[in-house]
Write a protein that binds this ligand. Structure first.
Ligand code: TMP
Length: 207
């Protein structure tokens, strides 16, 4: 398994509150235990430029931001993350694990924001050195469950409302229907069961 996962680019993605950050931690531990050298990054963020862009994107002060401005900022943060962190790690044959990536832009700005997934994919393919990871796993969970999980103050994206977030979920599921390298896992179960399903998907995809 370790050999099959060297130099691979993996993504966990899904609606807000789907549990992907905890699953990234669990998966990174499992990968390390398999002898895989793994590096984890979050998108948007990680780089100094990306973290600043993230603040702009998530600040509730920027309620009037257009979908086009959103998607270009997400793409800009991603281009920087690729250059500074992902590309160097992959070129050292590390396994790279991302908390979100292009699948999020497809679901949020493409589907829920109404910009169109095809146009987003075109922009990504034109502006990123590499648009598609080796495998994207979508943690699928219904909006009722995620809104219960999201506590405290909501950021600008989380605060977009139920119908927006229902479309986000549809966007992720639609993308998985279109692409063999985007796979859905049921994230409504307990954290341990979801983690086991993610590992089973990875083992079967890279066997
Ligand atoms: P996070 O809190 O999971 O790190 O994600 C930040 C927020 O940004 C989350 O609400 C999802 C949203 N997002 C997009 O709308 N488009 C994107 O391309 C990405 C990567 C995230």
């Amino acid at each position: 398994m370790a050999n099959n996962l060297t130099g691979k680019f993996l993504v966990l993605d899904g609606p807000d509150g789907c549990g992907k950050s905890s699953q990234c931690e669990l998966l990174a531990k499992w990968l390390s235990a398999q002898g895989v050298s793994v590096e984890c990054f979050r998108d948007p963020g990680t780089t100094a430029i990306g973290e600043k862009i993230r603040q702009i994107l998530l600040s509730v002060e920027h309620e009037s931001m257009s979908t086009a401005a959103e998607l270009l900022l997400y793409m800009a943060a991603r281009a920087q993350l690729w250059k500074e962190d992902i590309k160097p790690a992959l070129s050292e044959n590390k396994c790279v694990l991302l908390d979100r990536w292009l699948s999020s832009t497809c679901a949020y700005q493409g589907r829920a924001g109404g910009f169109g997934m095809e146009k987003i994919i075109q922009i990504a393919e034109d502006s990123l050195e590499r648009a598609w990871p080796d495998l994207t796993i979508i943690l699928d969970v219904d909006v009722e469950t995620t809104s219960k999980r999201l506590g405290g103050e909501l950021d600008r994206m989380e605060a977009k409302g139920q119908s927006y977030h229902e479309k986000v979920r549809e966007g992720f599921l639609g993308l998985a229907k279109q692409r063999d390298d985007v796979v859905v896992v049921d994230a409504g179960q307990d954290i341990q069961a979801v983690g086991e399903n993610i590992i089973a998907i990875i083992e079967s995809h890279f066997k």
